[in-house]
Design a protein around this ligand. Sequence first.
Ligand SMILES: NC(=O)c1ccc[n+]([C@@H]2O[C@H](COP(=O)([O-])OP(=O)(O)OC[C@H]3O[C@@H](n4cnc5c(N)ncnc54)[C@H](O)[C@@H]3O)[C@@H](O)[C@H]2O)c1
Length: 270
Amino acid sequence: MSFNLLKGKKGIIFGALNNQSIAWKIAEKCFEEGAQIVLTNAPVALRFGEINELAEKLNAPVIPADVTSMSDLSNLFTKSLEHFGEPIDFVLHSVGMSMNVRKGNPYTNLDHELEHKTLDISAMSLHRVCQTAFQLDAMAEWGSIVGLSYIAAQRVFPDYSEMADTKALLESIARSFGYHYGLKKKVRINTISQSPTRTTAGSGVKGFEGFITYADKMSPLGNASADDCANYCVTLFSDLTRMVTMQNLFHDGGFSFTGLSHAVIDQMEK
Ligand SMILES: NC(=O)c1ccc[n+]([C@@H]2O[C@H](COP(=O)([O-])OP(=O)(O)OC[C@H]3O[C@@H](n4cnc5c(N)ncnc54)[C@H](O)[C@@H]3O)[C@@H](O)[C@H]2O)c1
């Protein structure tokens, strides 16, 4: 069911790789709610992913951009402004990649060159995106920028490894840039801290099945799905949440505030 919450709005969506991607579901939901979309992903992901299928469905152009390249980002925003003929109302940053996790390096033996790359792709990129939009004055007043985070930014999940530190930086950038963009143009910047979700990036975490099942048992509402995340994200892009900015918003079925659940006690007593 559509409420037309994004009627007439124009947005850029980073990170739809395949139909499991959280960004894929968000793009579909934004379209359903009346938005016009530009899709983007890294050039290499465009070759291997399925983004063209989504682009066709949403009648959206695909403009490649590696989030670590300022010239790619500048090209993306310039071309999106040309395409829409109007400023941009919302941006989804749904990008993550851990180079050390991919190589199987444990947290106590990180390759710091790879860690630089991880931080650049997964966290500094939010700053790059915001700075590009800011300097090109690409966002409409009361625009909304959302990044995706995980609770490992606040609490220890050992196998989340360097991504925990990366998410802490991501959330900090949302706060810091949110201040400046709020003052300049009333643009709001938030992160959604999402439940574990079965996606290409998510499944890269060691022991992911145990991880996702535990989170589900610890959450009174159960894990939030990618579709649930898409619904929540639409509200943050809509005019109904204009005064929400610089926040990390837990979207996790109650996991973040549950100390212990009956389901876990039952399991321990078996
Ligand atoms: N899946 C989970 O359990 C979970 C939970 C909380 C938060 N998140 C976050 O959600 C976001 C989306 O991840 P997902 O789970 O949908 O997985 P995904 O693998 O579908 O998406 C990650 C995206 O990042 C893109 N990307 C990687 N390097 C890039 C680069 N250099 N330039 C541009 N794009 C690049 C990939 O191509 C891919 O589209 C990430 O920030 C992730 O950390 C995921």
